[in-house]
Design a protein around this ligand. Sequence first.
Ligand code: HEC
Ligand code: HEC
Length: 219
Amino acid sequence: MRLSTLIPLAAVLSLSAAATTAASEEELKAGKRVYMTKTCLACHGRGGAKPVLSYPVLAGQNEKYIVDQMEEIRDGKRVGSVDEATGHPYVQGMVDIMHLVTEDDIDHVAAWLSEQPTAPPKPLDPAPDPALLKAGEKAYKQLGCRSCHGADGSKPTNPRYPFISGMNPEYAIRAMTEIRDKERTSGQSKLMWGTIKKAEDEEILAIATWLATIDRSAK
Ligand code: HEC
Ligand code: HEC
């Protein structure tokens, strides 16, 4: 008796929760407009799936993670390392445009990006040594990355954690090294410290290379 009254209530509650969190058509359209008109496209590529240089892929990334990172970057909390070629932090170009973006723009563009399809990762050139890929997969398992990022970086266990498969390997190496060496301390990066502090440079290279070969668009 009690059970039969509880179940429909639970179903109604979960439906209404879904209705309030999903972005509306209007919001998604607004998000696309932000992406196309406020320079994001120039650096993060079509639909966030084809970034230039060693910049991060954003297509299909967790919405909450995108919001968090944009706010941290805007507020100067996420700085990261310096690009020796330019003498500025890698993130500087993005910092410079963040005054164009309102809080609503951040919410809308994050909702839109999280729904964009990912593209198969760019084949690595030169093709990676299979032994390196194996070592990467092994280190990823042994160090315990799966508990937060999922079996192969494609299934984060919390909506605030990022997807990390199919990324540019240079970006992934930079991100992991910055977090390990506490150059990136913003957001929730401290959650990674216990794990990443055990990773040697060679393991970071191997993991990043392995992750870069995983095609999230095929999942
Ligand atoms: C001039 C180039 C440039 C522009 C323009 C730019 N970005 Fe970025 N963005 C970057 C770089 C570079 C990084 C990574 C910095 C680093 O290595 O820490 C980044 C990081 C990010 C991140 C964090 C990704 C992650 O995986 O942690 C998000 C989200 C993001 N950008 C969204 C946007 C949006 C949305 C726009 C438009 C409003 C935008 N960016 C405009 C270069 C740019
Ligand atoms: C306890 C949970 C946890 C564990 C374990 C963990 N991570 Fe993370 N990882 C995170 C969180 C949370 C972030 C986002 C940090 C932020 O807010 O800036 C992150 C960020 C990253 C990023 C940067 C993503 C981006 O888009 O910039 C990479 C790459 C990464 N982790 C790889 C790994 C690897 C490899 C391991 C294992 C050695 C690992 N992580 C272990 C939670 C974890």
